[in-house]
Design a protein around this ligand. Structure first.
Ligand SMILES: O=C(O)CCC(=O)C(=O)O
Ligand SMILES: [Fe+2]
Length: 267
């Protein structure tokens, strides 16, 4: 079984995947230095930085942020869940300091989602050996996160649950053994489906939490009328540019991110 098949299996079973050692120390330092240069306000009530839409958010801060858009470590995995045609719906960074409280557990699909009572849109059922799901988050971990510190937390497998999140877990996720904080050292990437029940655990680390979140969805799906704009000062590759295209039907009105990009390490 190839490593990719293993990743596919684990992503499907767990609803998330951690891949360690994707960014090397130089790449991490470059990203962290560019964030330092922004002189952001001390995190507290505000936990997010560099958000878009509107504008380009942290993509405007330099090429290292744009290099992550179509990184070879994530593209084959995004393809499992989003098919060949997908767009960048939104981005933001998260930073946290010791003592900052948790966020609420949530999911964007299924019984726990805020829209669970509404008519579903086009639905992609699971077919053997092929899973598609409209919305995937790629979190680039720029400082260590995990059970000792806090950060991203989730209920593994909850993307397949048919029941609403029980109030006992909602009110005290830190006491629920089913809620875990995956270990993800700096340089890791976490991919998760927004169907997974997930959230932000309180931060206990002495160091600052820093993560960059890139959220991708199938090409014909949008959440708002606002769009992430391509950065003004960085020349994007043709493949990266596709992510900023107007929403449209896959292949008919929105091009593939894989056809013709074989030279970019497409698996
Ligand atoms: O990484 C985190 O703290 C969770 C972020 C989150 O809830 C999300 O991306 O939807
Ligand atoms: Fe979320």
């Amino acid at each position: 079984m190839s490593n990719l098949e293993l990743q596919q299996y684990l992503f499907d079973v767990q609803g998330y995947l951690v891949i360690e050692n994707v960014l090397n120390p130089e790449e991490l330092a470059a990203l962290n230095q560019l964030i330092d240069q922004q002189e952001l306000p001390t995190p507290g009530k505000v936990q997010r930085f560099g958000s878009a839409p509107d504008g380009s958010g942290f993509l405007d801060w330099g090429k290292p942020f744009c290099n992550l858009l179509t990184h070879q470590a994530i593209m084959p995995i995004l393809r499992f869940r989003l098919g060949d045609c997908f767009r960048l719906d939104r981005i933001y960074g998260m930073y946290m300091r010791a003592g900052m409280p948790r966020g609420r557990l949530h999911a964007d699909y299924g019984a726990t989602s805020p829209t669970s009572g509404s008519q579903p849109g086009e639905y992609f059922p699971f077919r053997d050996n092929q899973v598609t799901n409209g919305f995937v988050v790629v979190t680039w971990v720029l400082s260590d996160t995990g059970p000792d510190y806090g950060g991203f937390c989730c209920i593994p497998g909850s993307h397949k649950s048919n029941y609403k999140l029980p109030p006992q877990i909602d009110q005290a996720p830190e006491d629920a053994p089913c809620v875990i904080i995956p270990n993800a050292p700096a340089g890791s990437v976490i991919l998760f489906t927004e169907a997974l029940t997930h959230g932000t655990a309180a931060w206990r680390g002495k160091h600052e939490r820093r993560s960059l979140l890139y959220k991708y969805c199938v090409s014909h799906m949008v959440w708002t009328s606002r769009r992430v704009e391509p950065p003004a000062n960085v020349e994007l590759t043709p493949r990266q540019k596709i992510l900023f295209g107007d929403p449209g039907d896959p292949h008919r009105f929105f091009p593939s991110l894989f056809d013709g990009f074989e030279s970019e390490h497409v698996v």
